[in-house]
Design a protein around this ligand. Structure first.
Ligand SMILES: CC(C)(COP(=O)(O)OP(=O)(O)OC[C@H]1O[C@@H](n2cnc3c(N)ncnc32)[C@H](O)[C@@H]1OP(=O)(O)O)[C@@H](O)C(=O)NCCC(=O)NCCS
Length: 288
């Protein structure tokens, strides 16, 4: 049977999510984590399904894409399909022909795993490397040190504080209480935790969301931030340690995330919390 590209229904998302979980192993290249869909779920189940693409052959899922923006596709591949000729051909066709309805004409971005044939083919077609990102990873075999900060698990009572810290951490954030509830009602949040760090006055100063992909698999931090008026006091390091501890308690093998190389403070914060820099990754960009 030929390769099929489909936009799943909300119910049909489960096979894409299962595949993303399955593909997360410590040996495989960094790629789209189920937590990315979980975080996207803040926009609602319908939008998450409408922004997801699944490539399968004979009913076996080989690639999952998330349209993070209309001009930005993030693709994860089955580890044994990283260099699959037929799949690569299909992806190149879908990505380069706007009439396929995947990406528009003009400037577009693609995130895909290092080592994929897809990256090589698109580079050969003239796609350029975009700015570098730094993956960071902490092994969770050994216990994680105490963060030295009061850290609360976010429930419905704390949702408004978690949303506020998000907005005060990331310029331009559109996160709201409603979006937190939408995300937390989603199926992926069953494997997630939001943590809120508090200073000695009890004020919420830092927040992180962690996503568990199963026992012995890499867990993921997305997003992590410190309220802008509380920076430079060690809260970023502390909430990152708390995230790693939580993922370890859940049974994750490692904790990882990515940040733009230009976000020097974030890279320093992860390193300060025992995360180790991994080889940089770059999206591909097709100029208009
Ligand atoms: C990045 C961020 C979390 C840092 O929070 P913070 O509370 O100020 O960080 P900390 O005080 O815990 O600092 C941790 C380490 O990073 C270093 N650091 C923090 N900001 C830095 C900066 N802008 N430049 C260089 N180093 C920096 C600190 O010196 C410290 O290093 P040390 O432990 O070796 O002394 C915060 O600036 C933030 O929320 N930024 C916006 C959101 C974001 O980028 N999130 C992460 C990417 S998803």
């Amino acid at each position: 049977m030929a390769l099929e590209l489909a936009t799943p229904t909300v119910d049909g998302l489960s096979s894409a999510i299962d595949a993303l979980r399955d593909w997360q192993t410590d040996g495989s290249p960094h790629q789209l984590h189920p937590g990315d869909l979980g975080w996207f779920w803040r926009f609602g189940a319908e939008k998450t399904a409408a922004s997801t693409r699944v490539w399968s052959r004979d009913g076996v899922v080989l690639a999952v894409g998330l349209l993070d923006e209309v001009d930005m596709l993030r693709v994860a591949l089955a580890p044994d399909a990283l260099r699959d000729e037929e799949l690569t051909q299909q992806l190149v066709t879908d990505l380069t022909q706007p009439e396929r309805g995947l990406l528009p004409a003009g400037k577009v971005y693609l995130e895909s795993p290092n080592g994929s044939l897809l990256k090589e083919r698109l580079a050969a077609e003239g796609w350029q490397l975009d700015a570098p990102w730094v993956p960071v990873r902490r092994d969770l075999t050994d216990p994680v040190e105490d963060p030295g900060l009061r850290v609360d698990l976010v429930g419905t009572e704390e949702a408004h504080e978690r949303a506020l810290v998000q907005r005060e951490s990331f310029a331009g954030s559109t996160f709201t209480d409603d979006r937190w509830f939408t995300m937390a009602d989603g199926p992926l949040y069953a494997d997630a935790r939001c943590l809120l760090g508090r200073n000695e006055l009890g004020e919420s100063v830092a927040a992180v969301t962690v996503w568990f992909a199963g026992a012995g698999k890499p867990g993921y931090l997305e997003p992590m931030g410190v309220h802008r008026i509380h920076r430079g006091r060690g809260y970023g390091r502390a909430i990152t340690l708390a995230a790693a501890r939580t993922l370890r308690e859940l049974g994750a093998s490692t904790a990882f995330t990515y940040t733009p190389a230009s976000n020097v403070g974030a890279v320093a914060t992860y390193e300060s919390a025992g995360f180790v820099r991994q080889p940089e990754t770059r999206d591909l960009v097709r100029e208009a």
